[in-house]
Write a protein that binds this ligand. Structure first.
Ligand code: ADP
Ligand code: MG
Length: 467
């Protein structure tokens, strides 16, 4: 067998499936949600983990188990190799959950990012790699870029507040942090705070618990620039919204700059208090759209240049033709190709790229399924209205389709049980888990159910709006 023929992703997936059955859902989500298969050769499988902390924990708790599964599946020893790749959300969450890890993470981050240029300052919470120079402009993001740039030049004066919204992986965090990085370097005295809405919430909860809310208030009300990422996390969190509302007013009255990001327009954020909504809508609202083909090529080429690797033009085109809406996925595909090339020490040809990314492209295809689409197709199939499907009624004729829709949503999309619950009339994540379990059980006893699910799944994929 040639080196290029090794592909143990299938064993990896199966080992993960088995493990998922053996440990609790919470445990599985905790340790394996952020782990992704990257590449393999005849004796190794490389997977990504978000930090050294994860790596050590997984090593300690699960390595033997996983490697013995891989041994059983493949008939020989395959070692697991971890490749550390930090993600923003994971970083933020870990800082709250494991304060002791903070120093280690900061050190790690410093190693990973290039040394700050002379004369330039950078700040703990901000990742210096997210700057304006590295952001590729296109018609999809130019307005948001220019607004962000203007804010960084003129904090508190240009557009205040500003809301940047757009789908996942389109550069919201990048722009938000670029504003922070740039103005932090430009204005010596400026006190910049970047925080995700999730961290803000967790800190607030902790402050209440520990009776230190005055310190929390002081911290956020004394900044010159407040950057809050992913405010779509706030809906439903009543007290945190209340606190943010007051923070907003204090900063606004003092002409301090505020920038927020959200994965959808403010008008579509449900369960947000009216007064916070009106604050968010007060300033400039700019959107980020998916990049078109030319912009995707430009972005990918820039990433290739930054990573100092060489990829043939046709491979670049292949990736950009297949991955259409999301810069993060462009990066993932690139990481995968680079990991593979390093592992087998070969140049990536078109053929190799096609083979290596095949599953990725298929999986990616499935990602464009929305919860709304699943709900529509399932409601239609059972002759129900969308309102009924999402509503409160609990009679069997509605409850079963609803459970089925949740089950299919979990199967076809990457939304968490919390997110799915929210879209199904604000139900709790345990309800979603319970529904999926019910359907799983029924599949075992009702032979007509699996074909019905297959039919629905096919219809959903066919309906999927062209991208
Ligand atoms: P979001 O916060 O919208 O989910 P991110 O800002 O995290 O997305 O972007 C995902 C990845 O894509 C990041 O690594 C970011 O640097 C990169 N990225 C997004 N848009 C661009 C762009 N226009 N030019 C260069 N890199 C980009
Ligand atoms: Mg983000």
């Amino acid at each position: 067998m040639k080196a290029g023929d090794w592909n143990y992703e299938i064993f990896w997936k199966e080992a993960m499936n088995q493990l998922q059955e053996e440990i609790s859902e919470q445990e599985f989500l905790m340790w394996f949600r952020n782990m992704e298969y990257l590449a393999s050769n005849d004796s190794q499988i490389v997977v990504s983990v978000p930090s050294t902390f994860y790596k050590d924990q997984v090593n300690q708790r699960y390595l033997r188990k996983i490697e013995s599964k891989l041994f059983e599946l493949s008939g020989h020893k395959i070692a697991l190799v971890f490749n550390i790749q930090q993600k923003e959300a994971a970083k933020a969450a870990e800082q709250v959950d494991h304060p002791a890890e903070r120093r280690e993470q900061a050190a790690e981050r410093q190693k990973a990012s290039p040394a700050p240029r002379k004369g330039k300052r950078s700040q703990g919470q901000l990742n210096g790699e997210y700057n304006f120079e590295r952001f590729v402009r296109g018609e999809n993001n130019d307005f948001a870029y220019m607004a962000s740039y203007a804010i960084a030049r003129n904090p508190g004066k240009a557009y205040n507040p500003c809301m940047i919204y757009g789908g996942v992986g389109l550069g919201k965090t990048h722009l938000l942090q670029a504003i922070g990085n740039s103005s932090y370097q430009e204005f010596e005295e400026l006190k910049v705070v970047y925080v995700t809405a999730e961290t803000f919430t967790n800190e607030f909860i902790l402050a209440i618990k520990e009776n230190t809310s005055h310190r929390f208030k002081n911290k956020y009300r004394s900044v010159d620039m407040l950057l809050i990422d992913d405010v779509h996390f706030l809906p439903g969190k009543v007290e945190t919204q209340e606190e943010l509302f007051h923070t907003f007013n204090a900063l606004y009255d003092a002409n301090k700059q505020m920038v927020f990001t959200s994965d959808r327009p403010v008008s579509e954020l449900k369960k947000l208090s009216d007064r916070l909504r009106s604050r968010f809508e007060r300033g400039l609202n700019v959107d980020l759209q998916p990049p078109n083909y030319e912009t995707r090529i430009a972005i990918l080429k820039k990433k290739i240049e930054e990573k100092k690797v060489v990829l043939p033009e046709e491979v670049v085109e292949l990736v950009c033709q297949n991955i259409k809406t999301n810069v993060r996925d462009l990066e993932k595909a690139l990481t995968k190709l680079i990991a593979y090339a390093e592992l087998v020490n070969k140049t990536v040809t078109l053929e190799i790229a096609q083979r290596q990314l095949k599953d990725f492209f298929t999986e990616y295809d499935q990602k464009n399924v929305t919860i709304d689409l699943v709900q529509r197709v399932v409601a239609d199939y059972f002759g129900l209205s969308l309102n009924d499907l999402k509503g409160k009624k609990r009679n069997k004729a509605i409850a079963f389709p609803r459970q089925l829709a949740m089950y299919i949503t979990r199967d076809l999309t990457e939304f968490s049980t919390t997110e799915v619950g929210l879209e199904f009339g604000g139900r709790d994540h345990t309800t979603v888990m319970h529904s999926c379990q019910r359907i799983d059980d029924r599949i075992k006893t009702d032979p007509t159910l699996a074909p019905a699910i297959q039919h629905l799944t096919r219809s959903i994929k066919e309906y999927r709006s062209p991208t």
